[in-house]
Design a binder for this molecule. Structure first.
Ligand code: PAF
Length: 284
């Protein structure tokens, strides 16, 4: 595996791989790798001939400077993990390479950036994500790009921007990877204290309560969200949001029908966690 920092170098690597007839896979990341990232790299390795992992902690998607400062960074560890997965190139650009002086352009996927995390982190969060992902797609020109289902709203937004801007890339969304007790893998989990780590299971519990309610015939999204919120509260966690929305448009629907995204977010101590499940709800 080679580590490259400039746009020219990553483009050269892609050109050479394509000249050999390889398809190109991209796994965009902000580093701090865990099993979830590794599963994306494995999917990329299986499906494409040349795998590029980008590692860039994107300042444009952090609304809170303390969150940006606290974001875990260990490039040497990440590089070793990526190399062990057979990644070909780690693209770790500087902030100046991605946002040169005078950078003035933004990509905004309207409406989809407003609900769920957008309502709490601000629509600028997903504008930052959409802008950097569009740049990475233009820089790397991957045939396939790999994202995790844990960031469900991000995945919906990336799919929509690819469709709306006719970007020639296939977006592959891979299942959430969980710890053995069900906690969704996240780079933020390392910041949880021992007691917080136990309380963090409340998110998963809230999703289970919502799923059980739907399986038992409930179709009122507001009522089901209340049940989940109460279940989380009883386990010591106040939900920032619990929402049941259409998995494609992220809009609430009553009664629930079709592909429903049940999404939760909560602060456990100072750590903000998200999780979700997609449920196919048959029409009543
Ligand atoms: O999911 C992430 O790690 C980031 O949002 C992404 C897609 C790498 C963009 O910075």
């Amino acid at each position: 595996m080679i580590v490259v920092r400039t746009i020219a170098d990553v483009r050269r690597a892609v050109r050479e791989a394509r000249a050999r007839g390889a398809t190109v896979g991209l796994v965009p990341t902000m580093g701090a790798f865990h099993a979830g990232h590794l599963s994306l790299m494995r999917a990329a390795r299986m499906q494409t001939g040349f795998v590029i992992v980008s590692l860039f902690v994107n300042p444009a998607q952090f609304n809170d400077p303390t969150d940006l400062a606290a974001y875990p960074r260990d490039e040497a560890r990440d590089a070793a993990m990526a190399a062990a997965e057979g990644v070909d190139v780690l693209f770790a650009p500087t902030a100046d390479a991605i946002y040169p002086a005078g950078f003035a352009t933004a990509v905004m996927v309207a409406l989809l950036n407003e609900p769920l995390c957008g309502a709490f982190r601000g629509p600028e969060h997903f504008q930052g994500v959409a802008t950097v992902v569009t740049k990475l797609f233009n820089i790397v020109t991957p045939d396939v790009a790999f994202f995790g289902q844990k960031d469900a709203q991000q995945a919906v937004i990336v799919r929509r921007l690819v469709r709306d801007l006719d970007l020639p890339v296939r977006v592959e969304v891979c299942p959430t990877v969980r710890e053995s007790d069900g906690l969704a893998m996240s780079s933020r989990n390392v910041r949880l204290g021992t007691q917080e780590r136990v309380r963090a299971l409340a998110l998963q519990y809230g999703l289970q309560v919502a799923t059980a309610a739907i399986e038992n015939g409930a179709r009122d999204g507001t009522r089901i969200a209340e049940l989940a919120r109460t279940a989380m509260h009883d386990r010591g966690v106040e939900a920032e949001y619990v929402e049941l929305v259409s998995a494609e448009h992220l809009r609430p629907m009553t009664p629930l029908a079709g592909e429903i995204l049940v999404a939760v977010a909560a602060h456990v101590g100072s750590v903000r966690l998200i999780d979700n499940v997609v449920i196919r709800v048959p029409p009543t």
